[in-house]
Design a protein around this ligand. Structure first.
Ligand code: C5P
Length: 226
């Protein structure tokens, strides 16, 4: 029988990319696989947590015991997260690669190429920051954990994000390292919090997920009761 150290803990995790429609057949998105978020959901559920995984469009099967909410756009992801968090959440973990911008206008018919006219210009609007929104809650605020994919100055940018978004912890990875991070099975990360940090050398994402859950647990137990 597996130990259930997270029994009763309510965890909400975002994972995967978001897809921002241009017209009924086209969109703007990115290559996020969702693997890290799904691995965290699996690890937390295995330890008895009550896990809700808010997933963008990904090719991943739902880990056993996890409640999965499928969404497409950043705005849909935000609605699903805000509703779930409002119902009571202990940890919010944002691994999703949310599109920073969405097309302002979504054409209701497929856009046609028109000979002899200028190339179209796509106007973009900024998407809401889902993670910063949860971190800014003043009531029922969960332990709030962000992820940062950086290609340089990893520690400096991660610490800046930690402060700017008001997070408890940030997990930073250097996506410039070949074979690690984005769309790969392994990851090496450094986690930062207000007065400390810890480095996790390269290991499979499922193993890293278990190690990260253990670290989050130590921060949970340091928290004052809300
Ligand atoms: O600012 P940046 O996109 O690098 O921050 C990454 C972190 O913020 C990740 O945890 C990501 O899931 C989260 N995020 C979010 N909503 C956005 C943009 C990023 O939740 N619109």
């Amino acid at each position: 029988l597996q130990e259930q150290p997270l029994a009763g803990l309510r965890v909400v995790i975002t994972a995967g990319p978001t897809r921002e429609a241009l017209d009924p057949v086209r969109y703007i998105s990115n290559h996020s696989s969702g693997r890290m978020g799904f691995a965290l959901a699996e690890a937390a559920a295995q330890q008895g947590a009550d896990v809700t995984l808010v997933a963008g469009p990904v090719e991943q099967s739902t880990p056993m015991g996890v409640t999965r909410l499928d969404v497409t756009s950043a705005q849909e992801m935000k609605t699903a997260v805000d509703q779930t968090v409002a119902a009571g959440t202990d940890w919010f973990i944002a691994t999703a690669a949310v599109a920073d911008y969405r097309p302002v206008a979504v054409a209701d018919q497929k856009m046609k190429k028109e000979a002899g006219t200028d190339s179209p210009v796509i106007e973009l609007a900024e998407n809401p920051d889902i993670l910063a929104g949860v971190a800014a809650l003043t009531e029922q605020r969960p332990l709030t954990i962000g992820f940062a994919a950086e290609t340089r100055n990893v520690a400096e940018y991660a610490r800046d994000k930690l402060t700017r978004k008001g997070l408890d912890l940030i997990v930073a990875n250097d996506v410039a390292t070949p074979g690690l991070g984005f769309n790969s099975d392994s990851n090496a990360v450094e986690v930062f919090w207000a007065d400390g940090s810890e480095r996790f050398e390269a290991r499979p994402k499922r193993e890293l997920a278990r190690d990260l859950i253990r670290l989050f647990q130590s921060h949970q137990s340091n928290r004052l009761p809300q």
